[in-house]
Design a protein around this ligand. Structure first.
Ligand code: NAD
Ligand code: UFG
Length: 337
């Protein structure tokens, strides 16, 4: 298939490009580079030996999207583009709703005008809010989100479901990611956060590389085995492969489908710190701080639907996730510079 990848220069998008190309698909990338670098695309070209059509374009620019869609015969859109920092979304809700919601509406408008009705969307476990059951299945009701970022995912899912209700020839796959970490084994691409990392693994790798003194662990009084938060960490390469499997579903006219992409295993913050230290033979000093507002104690997936329906399951374990996160950071202490 010929796939439009929005946000393809970003962390998950760049890894997905590699898997798409390895599976024989063609890609066209649209990214405004607001949270990424063109260097990521150059490195994917190096890894795959393929030249990638790239447009530095905002998905809110319908005219520009139309020109791209006139030029390329696209069969499906994988939609990664969006802002994703939870805390920033609380302080800048307008920017988040405008970028994520207006951006998606503009994108699907342009796609519709070009007869493109196959869409795979990057959703998040955040739509479950405080999950009613653990492990979280796709049947678990969507919950109350604690921040505007989460609501944008929640609303975009609903928008895409409504499109299919109105026109059943749409095929929509909603992929709810759990916690992606790790990097491509080459160490050429990886997660490259701006400023102080919000997420656990990039913070740990920046401590390991000497950019930060110590990790701040947000609370050790949760109702979990060691008191620290438990999450479902998934290797970004496994996550990327999930998109290739989702394309198979699209090709067989799946209608609307929702899949959790996780490993089904929960690890605490201290589990991750210890695994990182053991695998990479580096010390991660830490202090225990107060809980972070909005955090929940435990969240991990039941990923069995993706296995049954798509034949996808995560292959990498926590050791490979820690190894590859460090391999990327060590080789690129300043990310893409
Ligand atoms: P990322 O920031 O690395 O990638 C997102 C990309 O979208 C960036 O390259 C950015 O420049 C681009 N972008 C943002 N707004 C745009 C716009 N208006 N027009 C064009 N390009 C735009 O983030 P990521 O971690 O790769 O996440 C990809 C998707 O997966 C996002 O939608 C994110 O919300 C979702 N997601 C991420 C996580 C996670 O923990 N990383 C978890 C669940 C869901
Ligand atoms: N944590 C720390 N210190 C840090 C960062 C995180 O102790 O510096 C802890 C958190 O309290 C939590 C765990 O590490 O217990 C994981 O936190 P992350 O910020 O890495 O991930 P979250 O589970 O909070 O959220 C992530 C994404 C969301 C997404 C969600 C579910 O940031 O966008 O996973 O997919 F919605």
């Amino acid at each position: 298939m010929n796939i439009l990848v929005t946000g393809g220069a970003g962390y998950i998008g760049s890894h997905t490009l590699i898997e798409l190309i390895a599976s024989g698909h063609s890609v066209v990338v649209v990214d405004n580079l607001c949270n990424s670098s063109k260097i990521a695309i150059n490195r994917v070209e190096k890894i795959t030996g393929t030249s990638i059509p790239f447009y530095e374009t905002d998905i809110r620019d319908k005219e520009a999207l139309n020109i791209i869609l006139d030029k390329h015969q696209i069969n499906c859109c994988i939609h990664f583009a969006g802002l994703k920092a939870v805390g920033e979304s609380v302080s800048h809700p307008h920017e988040y709703y405008d970028n994520n919601i207006t951006g998606t509406l503009t994108l699907i408008g342009a796609l519709r005008e070009h007869g493109i009705k196959n869409i795979i969307f990057s959703s998040s476990a955040t739509v479950y809010g405080e999950p009613q059951v653990i492990p979280v299945t796709e049947d678990c009701p969507k919950g109350i989100c604690t921040n505007p970022y989460g609501w944008t995912k929640w609303m975009i899912e609903q928008m895409l479901i409504d499109l299919h209700t109105a026109d059943p020839t749409y095929n929509v796959v909603l992929l709810r990611y759990f916690n992606p970490i790790g990097a491509h084994e080459s160490g050429l691409i990886g997660e490259n956060p701006n400023g102080i990392p919000n997420n656990l693994m990039p913070y740990i790798t920046q401590v390991a590389v000497g950019k930060r003194d110590k990790l701040h662990i947000f609370g050790n009084d949760y109702d979990t085995p060691d008191g620290t938060g438990v999450r479902d960490y998934i290797h970004v390469v496994d996550l990327a492969k999930g998109h290739v499997k989702a394309l198979n579903a699209i090709q067989s006219n799946c209608g609307v489908e929702v899949y959790n992409l996780g490993t089904g295993k929960g690890y605490s913050v201290l589990d991750i710190v210890k695994a990182f230290e053991r695998v990479n033979d580096v010390k991660i000093p830490y202090v225990i701080d107060d809980r972070r507002p909005g955090d929940i104690a435990t969240c991990y997936s039941d990923p069995s639907k993706a296995w049954t329906a798509l034949g996808w399951k995560a292959e990498y374990g926590i050791e490979e996730m820690c190894r590859d996160s460090w391999n990327w950071q060590r080789q690129n202490p300043d990310g893409y510079g």
